[in-house]
Design a binder for this molecule. Structure first.
Ligand SMILES: *Cc1c(COP(=O)(O)O)cnc(C)c1O
Length: 721
């Protein structure tokens, strides 16, 4: 056990051997530069859903030979907080899943993000007020896997870096950050990806910097937003120098960190022209620098939705950045619609050697949105980290069938799931594992309902669920009832309320067939997204309507505080996973992939990954509008969201789905659908395959066994066709 403690000039770390630590750091500082800096505004990787080090500890005895240091780590890792609330949703969880796969596959990378001392926000839900947001309390100081990096020259002091901000012409203010190193270890503890989280909430940083760096996607003002972006992007060059990172490639996970491009251009010009470059550089020099810098950048764009693309008023930028930044932006990031704004997405689009969209359909959409860059836009369809999202019960099941041998190391093994269609043993045990997962979800909901019922008398919060108001005994959910899961960010284009558009119609379907249904919903809306919040409120308001109109057969539940743990319970315990965005605004979507990993069929509009994951009659169901992509269909205006048309399509389909679940003679076909998900979707929609596709874009020279493993994963599927 003592072998799992390792030390270098940056600190002492637990969970990997000295040899692994030296290898990881050696790869990142290697003169050849064969590694990647992965920049993301958020990284989601909570320990309560996946924690290889804790698992190892639980299987080992801490005995007398253990040192005090080991006892300290063991105690921290076994009992410390599990949540690291440094993410808002899909983008961050994708980043976390990606980095876990990088670690498993030994792809040399280091990630950079910010540390948010107040997290994103914690969601309370009140039936009258809807969503209430409060700051999230957590302390990185006692969170396992997080280490404050040391200053190698003064090891008793933490390492600090500086990022300059400018007021007007000359006045320079330094924002200072401490560096937290978070370890994303591989499943076998034989590699890890360091994630550097920048903590600007420190005494030596100016007050206003500390304020705006506390909450992810702080939306107090556009200025706060621009400052946050700069705190991330403008730190990269300094971190690279301070830590001696040689990476030749920088991967922008969405455009939030694109300010790095400005620094890289300045760095290139300083080298070519000299320190006086801000005065001497011509426009042609800047454009040449941009072309050179572009060779080192890979950009992933995640959404066609306008709110996802950063545009800033020019005067905001000129208040915080050096005057030379504005000159670069003028040449490379002039917004096409608004002459007073810079468009950071355009900058990221312009300065890179490859732009990836996140599904095949999204590639087509992105090419329509950015026709001038169409040639370099490719697709790498998203995935999820299979080891994180497959439930314990399902994992034990997969372990026990030789047809799936080695699925943990190689998710491509699931192509063999086709051999299991005829195994009665597998089918029976699949149902048992599924029942266990459903029971877990339903007990969670039932406990929540009675807890809220109690709180109703003790606090001012009106419970978010109608069922909490009913008499005891009536307000429980039954795990045998068909349970539909829906959870995602509440923004209008995702249409969380779509299937309730005509409540009479929905109730009629449920009542006339006498098929009870649980609808279990969860998700957050950004605190300043008023339309998004009003959809949460609407969902709450629909609960009693559904219950009463279906004589109690239809129950609609809202689980507050959506996070990875709740997500995992939902995607493994539901009987079907619902996804109803307006096509083609969902670039990929990942929660449906998590369901597929657990064998659960999706019911979805033909958007995002489902265009690739849907196989007629096999993996699930599709409904709704499906025409070709043109610019008009990108509208997010309420009147263009196709409620009537797409909900009608759902009502036409729903009776068939209910029958498939409830009718005994169709039951075995339902289990077939689950096995089809394992066979057709698990091998593809995982981050191992996705990481292998990215590694090719990074042009890394990797050791033979690593390169071979990646090639094998790419042989299963190529997103870009
Ligand atoms: C997977 C996940 C998401 C993203 O789901 P989408 O289907 O991509 O919208 C958001 N939040 C949590 C907590 C998740 O686990």
């Amino acid at each position: 056990m003592n072998k799992y403690i390792a030390t270098n000039q940056w600190g002492t770390f637990f969970g990997v051997t000295q040899k692994t630590l030296d290898t990881v750091w050696g790869n990142l500082t290697n003169p050849a530069g064969d590694s990647v800096i992965y920049i993301s505004m958020e990284i989601g990787a909570d320990r309560d859903v996946y924690h290889p080090i804790k698992k190892m500890l639980q299987q080992t005895d801490i005995d007398k030979t253990s040192t005090n240091l080991l006892r300290h780590f063991a105690k921290l890792y076994l009992n410390g907080p599990e949540k690291i609330p440094n993410y808002g949703g899909g983008l961050g969880i994708l980043a976390g899943d990606t980095l876990k796969s990088f670690a498993d596959l030994k792809i040399p990378a280091i990630a950079v993000s910010l540390l948010y001392r107040k997290g994103y926000f914690s969601q309370l839900v009140d039936s009258r007020l809807g969503q209430i947001s409060t700051a999230t309390d957590w302390s990185p100081e006692n969170t396992p896997t997080l280490y404050l990096m040391k200053n190698p020259e003064f090891p008793e002091l933490p390492l600090e870096i500086e990022v300059p901000f400018y007021y007007g012409r000359d006045r320079e203010v330094l924002a200072r950050a401490r560096l937290w190193l978070k370890m994303e270890v591989s499943a076998n503890l034989d590699y890890f990806i360091p994630e550097i989280l920048l903590d600007y909430s420190i005494p030596s940083s100016p007050d206003w910097i500390r304020q705006v760096s506390q909450s992810l996607y702080d939306s107090i003002s556009d200025q706060a937003k621009a400052v946050q972006r700069r705190l991330l992007g403008a730190s990269i060059v300094t971190i690279k120098k301070t830590l001696g990172i040689t990476a030749n490639t920088i991967h922008l996970n969405e455009q939030h960190g694109v300010v790095v491009v400005l620094n890289l251009i300045a760095e290139w010009l300083a080298e070519k022209i000299g320190a006086n470059y801000p005065v001497k550089a011509t426009d042609a020099d800047i454009l040449q620098a941009a072309d050179e810098v572009a060779k080192h950048l890979v950009f992933t764009i995640h959404t066609p939705v306008k709110a996802g693309h950063d545009r800033f008023d020019k005067n905001i930028i000129s208040q915080i950045g050096h005057a030379f930044c504005s000159r670069i932006l003028h040449l490379l990031a002039q917004d096409d619609e608004n002459p007073n704004q810079y468009n950071f997405t355009k900058l990221a689009m312009r300065v890179n050697r490859a732009t990836n969209s996140v599904s095949r359909l999204h590639k087509c959409v992105t090419q329509k949105q950015f026709p001038q860059f169409a040639d370099k836009i490719t697709a790498i369809t998203n995935g999820v980290h299979h080891l994180t999202w497959i439930s314990d019960a399902k994992a034990a099941l997969y372990d026990s069938f030789t047809e799936l041998k080695n699925w943990r190391e190689d998710p491509a093994v699931f192509v063999n799931a086709g051999l299991l269609f005829t195994s009665e043993d597998f089918r029976e045990n699949f149902e048992l594992a599924w029942k266990e997962d459903t029971k877990k979800l339903i007990s969670y909901v039932n406990n929540m309902l009675s807890l809220h019922r109690k709180q109703m008398h003790e606090t001012w919060i009106d419970p978010p669920n109608y069922l909490s108001n009913l008499d005891d005994g009536e307000h429980v959910l039954d795990p045998a009832v068909f349970t539909v899961g829906f959870a995602r960010r509440f923004s209008t284009y995702k249409r969380a309320d779509l299937i309730f558009d005509d409540m009479d119609k929905l109730a009629d379907i449920i009542v006339s067939h006498n098929y009870p249904v649980n609808f279990i919903y969860a998700g957050k809306a950004h605190p300043s997204d008023e339309p998004g919040k009003s959809i949460i409120k609407l969902v709450l308001d629909l609960q009693d309507d559904l219950y009463i109109k279906t004589n109690g057969l239809g129950k609609l539940i809202f689980i507050p505080g959506y996070d990875m743990d709740i997500a995992k319970m939902m995607v493994s315990g539901a009987h079907a996973w619902l996804n109803s965005p307006k096509r083609p605004l969902e670039a990929s979507g990942t929660s449906g992939m998590k369901a597929a990993m657990n064998g659960i069929p999706n019911i979805s509009t033909m958007d995002g990954w489902w265009v690739e994951g849907y196989h007629e009659g096999k993996t699930g169901w599709k409904f709704g509008y499906e025409a070709d992509i043109d610019t008009a269909c990108l509208s997010e205006a309420p009147s263009t969201l196709l409620y009537e048309q797409d909900s009608a399509a759902f009502y036409e389909l729903f009776p068939e789905i209910l029958a498939a679940f409830y009718e005994t003679d169709l039951r075995s076909r339902y289990i077939d659908k689950c096995i089809y998900n394992l066979q057709l979707n698990c091998p593809i929609f995982n981050t191992h395959r996705m990481a292998a596709e990215y590694a090719k874009r990074y042009n890394l020279q990797l050791p033979d066994p690593v390169a071979k493993r990646l090639q094998k994963l790419r042989n299963i599927y190529q997103s870009d066709v």
